[in-house]
Design a protein around this ligand. Structure first.
Ligand SMILES: Nc1nc2c(c(=O)[nH]1)N[C@H]1C(S)=C(S)[C@@H](COP(=O)(O)OP(=O)(O)OC[C@H]3O[C@@H](n4cnc5c(=O)[nH]c(N)nc54)[C@H](O)[C@@H]3O)O[C@H]1N2
Ligand SMILES: Nc1nc2c(c(=O)[nH]1)N[C@H]1C(S)=C(S)[C@@H](COP(=O)(O)OP(=O)(O)OC[C@H]3O[C@@H](n4cnc5c(=O)[nH]c(N)nc54)[C@H](O)[C@@H]3O)O[C@H]1N2
Ligand code: SF4
Ligand SMILES: [Mo]
Length: 813
């Protein structure tokens, strides 16, 4: 049924293959691609925009804008109307004048064999691959007629939309506005939700002008890389880290179960048992407190530590409790107790007590700091050592390092992808507070970059036009858990049509087979993509989107620039930009009153805000100049003035109210969630009875040859790794009679997948790690995403990819 990729002697990844033959293979691929003369030995000379080079090429600005998030601008070289290559583009900041290996292969994506050419409708079973070409007109009429019929019969929210990270620009996400105009449901893939849910209430995160950001890393003495693998996942940030080490002597500490590329560049690698980082952070805090190293002065000035918490309900004691303000007003501030016994707001009390329980006007209260210390006291290094599988001395050493700042503590998505992620983020961030590691140069870290004037995701205001009915949001992992009750909180789940774009659901979401069940109730599944993905192949109607460089756009992301993307070539075949496709759908739905007239109007609205106006950033200027540097890096860091963008204006290790990420009817244990804690992951834990049947914890690693499932069929990149594999510790393989390079079947109750196994001593026994991003038809059989667990926690209904148990066995193929 599926194309089997053969494991031949020529396979680059086969262990027998030497470097010489690898290079030979590369040259052959260049010639086969018919682009040899342009690309072999790519000249990296900087070409000027609009300039015709000696080769008769015109050079335009283009922006790579998939889920990697770096948003690199590059030169797009055009000859005879064809995009022949990409090269790095000179920016005023040499740190940003960079493109990665993937960015250099875009010409092969534009002319890839997997491009969708025409609108098509399914004629066989879903996923069978039998299609009939249809006209755009017929496709749009079929879709809009169905939407109208469903809205009439079941209500507008029975139509649903789901957008991923394939193209992170406001224009590509135009469908969000259509969803709001139609009153349709928005499904949120809920990826990286812990990361986004944790920072705002705990340390505050916001964008504004100014800020040191990545440029501040050079000021750090130690750089913690915690569940983060930027050597593969954020190469454009990794060079700042490596330069901080090489040129400024920063020490890199990497905490990861796997010996990753990033770990190989670290000064200290701490191999941790997966899912136990919260215990480690709490034990580090325990050492700091017990050795008298807690920065109490910092806790008093910068955190909620002195605030008094009522024993009755966990809320702060406020002026209203003392009859000094009306409850619920902005005057109703929380209060602290001075060491002299006076009670007042933090602005009034200059020398607050950090510890103690008091009865104030008959109300029993304790300081927030005391509540934190209670949680920390439980976590002796000895106890954490057993759970984390890290020596007690290492835990103590880590505590001493974190105190010896300035430290940059970078938490990656490895910790977001485990069910105890929220409490783990809270534990690490709170431990950083006890160590006083905020507000000083060198303290900037991932998630606390401040000041990037980013454009990327469609701004909320634009996605919700005035007067439109708006869209109800449901998180997909929560939805999968509510399929039996058919209730998402107080809302009925009754989705009859789904429009997916910019997203390869089967290739990137948890619970693949659960989704297939869900789709049984969906009468029309539309997928718009550039290429035929596993998700597109399951659709009832597929629509062809054009490649990034075939339409005009702009994006900014993490670079401090806003970059213009010119249209460098005509959209191939019948493909169109998402903006254009949604525009036609607005028209068919008679909702043009909510639409933008054209792209100029959309970007006019994107730049219609005070931050852009202050620096004269307009769409016209951007088109003219090609890129605009929005601000120079400066020395300011988040929290330098001891204020943070949280509800209290302070660092919050304590949450007075728990912000609900999404309400699907879950019950929350508020007192538990207010402070950091550690508990095992819901599934991938050795004491889970399921671990007897499925003893291996299955995680993934970002891969430098892909961004999720993008680039996965680019011939040059397949030269480096041409088929999926799991990296496994030889001990686990030997116990199962598996040799290096054997095919194995991995499986659990949710799915099965057959692929290569490669021995890797850098993988902990009891784990299997896949290089994430392969699509379904690239496997011998089955699909790894189908195995992924979809448990959710009450606080964050995230996709917890790494909370997955499997077993592996030798496969015969
Ligand atoms: N096992 C495992 N799974 C994971 C993760 C993991 O760590 N492990 N990580 C997860 C995370 S953090 C994320 S953010 C998700 C990302 O998940 P997705 O957002 O689904 O990522 P992609 O696979 O890049 O899918 C994007 C799709 O958009 C298409 N596309 C590109 N440009 C355009 C365009 O202009 N228009 C349209 N219509 N389509 C376009 C691409 O061809 C591609 O098929 O993956 C998640 N999946
Ligand atoms: N090449 C490439 N780059 C990408 C992407 C891509 O698909 N490909 N995707 C982009 C996106 S959307 C995202 S969200 C980012 C994410 O990029 P990162 O934040 O780097 O996240 P991951 O690579 O998922 O995981 C990071 C590390 O966490 C480790 N880990 C797993 N479990 C645990 C644990 O329990 N404890 C600890 N301490 N570590 C653990 C893994 O071994 C891995 O080395 O990358 C972006 N960049
Ligand atoms: S894949 Fe990411 S790092 Fe590479 S060129 Fe594109 S945006 Fe830049
Ligand atoms: Mo992500």
């Amino acid at each position: 049924r599926r194309g089997v990729m053969k494991h031949t002697q020529e396979t680059i990844v086969s262990t027998a293959m030497g470097r010489r033959s690898f290079l030979k293979g590369s040259a052959a691929a260049v010639v086969a691609a018919g682009l040899g003369s342009n690309l072999a030995g790519s000249d990296f000379a900087f070409a000027e925009e609009g300039q015709t080079t000696s080769k008769g090429e015109t050079v335009n600005p283009g922006v790579c804008r998939g889920g990697c998030g770096s948003g690199c601008q590059m030169n797009v070289h055009v000859r005879d109307g064809k995009i022949v290559k990409t090269s790095r583009r000179q920016q005023t900041d040499p740190n940003i004048t960079r493109v990665c290996n993937r960015g250099l292969t875009h010409a092969l994506r534009v002319y890839g064999e997997d491009r969708l050419k025409h609108p098509m409708k399914r004629v066989g079973e879903r996923g069978e691959g039998k299609w009939e070409q249809m006209s755009w007109d017929e496709a749009l009429a079929t879709i809009s007629d169905k939407w109208k019929e469903v809205a009439e019969k079941y209500g507008p929210d029975s139509n649903a939309f789901l957008c991923g990270s394939g193209n992170i620009t406001p224009d590509a996400q135009h469908g969000k506005r259509l969803a709001a105009a139609m009153g349709a449901t928005t499904l949120d893939a809920a990826q990286d939700r812990v990361f986004y849910a944790a920072f705002p209430p705990i340390v505050g995160m916001g964008k504004g002008p100014g800020g040191g950001g990545r440029n501040d890393l050079k000021n750090a003495k130690n750089i913690f890389i915690w569940g983060y693998n930027p050597a593969e996942s954020e190469s454009q940030t990794f060079h700042y880290l490596i330069r901080a080490r090489a040129e400024h002597g920063a020490r890199i500490i990497c905490i990861d179960p796997t010996y990753t590329t990033t770990a190989s560049k670290a000064d200290l690698f701490v191999p941790i048992c997966p899912g136990t980082d919260g215990a480690l952070a709490l034990a580090m805090a325990n050492v700091l407190v017990n050795e008298g190293l807690a920065d109490e002065a910092f806790m008093a000035t910068d955190t909620v530590a002195p605030l008094l918490v009522k024993k009755s309900d966990g809320k702060y004691l406020r002026l209203s409790d003392l009859g000094k303000a009306a409850a619920g007003t902005s005057d109703d501030k929380p209060v602290a107790r001075g060491k002299d016994g006076s009670i007042g707001t933090l602005a009034e009390i200059t020398d607050p007590a950090l510890k103690g329980s008091f009865g104030i006007e008959g109300i029993e209260v304790t300081t927030a700091y005391d509540l934190l210390l209670e949680r920390v006291a439980e976590w002796t290094p000895e106890k954490a050592s057993e759970i984390c599988n890290i020596p007690v001395d290492t835990i103590k050493e880590l505590a001493h390092i974190v105190k010896d700042g300035p430290n940059s503590i970078n938490i990656g998505l490895g910790l977001d992808h485990v069910t105890n992620g929220m409490a783990t983020f809270s534990a690490i961030l709170s431990m950083g507070m006890i160590a006083g590691q905020y507000g000083q140069p060198g303290n900037s870290a991932k998630g606390t970059w401040r000041g990037e004037t980013a454009i990327g995701w469609m701004p909320y205001g634009l996605a919700n036009p005035k007067g439109a009915p708006g869209s109800t949001v449901m998180y997909s992992p929560a939805l999968l858990n509510c399929m039996e009750s058919k209730k998402y909180g107080d809302k009925d789940i009754n989705i009859k049509t789904l429009y997916i774009w910019n997203h390869n659901l089967f290739g990137t979401q948890v619970g693949g087979n659960r989704w297939r069940e869900f789709f049984e109730g969906v009468e029309l599944l539309v997928v718009t993509d550039v290429v035929m993905t596993s998700t597109a192949s399951y659709a009832d109607i597929v629509l062809p989107a054009c490649h990034y460089f075939e339409c005009e756009s702009a994006t900014g992301d993490d670079t401090r620039y806003v970059f213009y993307n010119a249209k460098s070539a005509e959209p191939l075949y019948e493909s169109k930009s998402d903006f254009e496709i949604f525009k036609m759908l607005f028209e068919k739905m008679d909702l043009l009153q909510y639409d933008f007239k054209n792209l100029d109007e959309l970007f006019g609205a994107v730049f219609n805000n005070p931050a852009a106006q202050k620096i004269d950033l307009t769409w016209d200027r951007l088109k003219k100049e090609g890129s605009v540097l929005t601000f120079e890096p400066d020395k300011r860091v988040m929290g330098e003035d001891a204020t943070y963008m949280t509800p209290t204006g302070r660092l919050q290790f304590y949450q007075e109210s728990i912000p609900l990420d999404t309400d699907y009817g879950q019950k929350i244990d508020f007192m538990k969630e207010r402070l950091p804690y550690w508990e095992p992951p819901m599934e991938a834990w050795k004491e889970n009875p399921l671990a007897k049947k499925y003893p291996i914890c299955f995680t993934s690693e970002r891969n430098k040859y892909k961004v999720h499932t993008q680039y996965t069929r680019v011939p040059w990149l397949l030269e480096f790794e041409n088929e999926p594999y799991i990296a496994v510790n030889p001990a686990d393989c030997e116990a199962r009679g598996i040799a290096d390079g054997d095919y194995v079947r991995m499986f659990n109750d949710r799915g099965t997948c057959t692929l290569l196994a490669r021995f890797n001593n850098g993988v902990r026994p009891g784990m299997a790690v896949i290089d994430h991003g392969w699509d379904l038809d690239q496997f011998v059989d089955g699909f790894y995403c189908d195995l992924l667990g979809y448990n959710v926690t009450p606080v964050v209904a995230n996709s917890y990819y790494f909370d997955t148990l499997i077993e592996i066995e030798k496969a015969t193929i």
